[in-house]
Design a protein around this ligand. Structure first.
Ligand code: HEC
Ligand code: HEC
Length: 175
């Protein structure tokens, strides 16, 4: 074996070992990052929840908040005040009256569903009963929900539409 050839093999071996250690380092970094992402994700620290459970997951809270925006046809800033620095929203703040009204509405929905609907569940149309979830706040998203009244507006209609005028929409009578 020429000295030149032996050097070449040695060099190749060195490159392979380096590649391996780089891959291992990347692997370890990914593992640490995902572990960290998972733990912070699983234990969010909510600052000002009075109706929703303290241990609600980020996904759980997001789905409640999105049900609000879709039910009322509004954006997050309808209930949540701006941050002091004007950048983004201060979610824990109770400065906007809309947020406090929303909390009352949440309590109202829980009360309606828990104390009025559940007792007549047996007699009800079963197609209305979603899979059972036992957390108190889940009652808010059963039977009577924000959407039941709000239907995409912050100010739900409280008057039925007018009866169509008599005779309107009738086919002309043959003479
Ligand atoms: C109809 C009003 C309303 C809308 C719209 C709304 N929220 Fe909320 N949000 C609330 C209320 C009320 C609470 C407090 C609930 C409680 O006390 O359990 C809350 C709490 C939160 C919190 C928890 C803050 C903390 O640490 O205490 C976050 C985060 C949040 N909302 C994000 C959002 C996002 C993001 C949107 C838009 C997608 C949104 N909200 C839209 C009413 C609203
Ligand atoms: C039983 C019917 C009903 C249900 C259910 C209901 N609301 Fe309301 N809500 C109303 C009525 C009526 C008003 C007064 C509207 C007005 O000012 O014209 C109102 C007002 C509000 C307001 C204040 C609007 C404003 O700017 O003055 C917010 C915010 C609100 N509701 C949020 C909610 C949320 C969030 C839910 C679900 C947790 C909900 N509501 C469920 C009937 C309902």
């Amino acid at each position: 074996m020429s000295e030149h050839f032996a050097k070449k093999i040695y060099f190749r071996h060195k490159v392979e070992t380096m590649k391996k250690s780089v891959l291992i380092t990347i692997g370890v970094c990914i593992a640490i990052f995902s572990l960290q992402a998972f733990t912070t994700y699983d234990r969010p620290e909510w600052k000002n929840l009075h109706v929703l459970p303290q241990d609600i997951s980020k996904d759980g809270l997001d789905s409640v908040m999105h049900s609000f925006t879709r039910s009322l046809g509004v954006k997050c800033g309808y209930c949540h005040a701006r941050s002091d620095d004007g950048k983004g929203l201060n979610f824990p703040s109770d400065a906007k009256p809309e947020k406090q009204i929303a909390r009352k509405m949440m309590e109202m929905c829980i009360d309606i569903n828990k104390n009025h609907f559940v007792q007549i569940e047996e007699a009800m149309d079963k197609s209305m009963v979603p899979p059972s979830d036992t957390t108190a706040s889940s009652y808010m998203l059963k039977y009577v929900t924000c959407y039941t009244c709000h239907h995409g507006s912050p100010h739900p209609d409280n008057k039925p539409p007018m009866e169509p005028e008599q005779g309107m929409g009738q086919a002309p009578q043959p003479k």
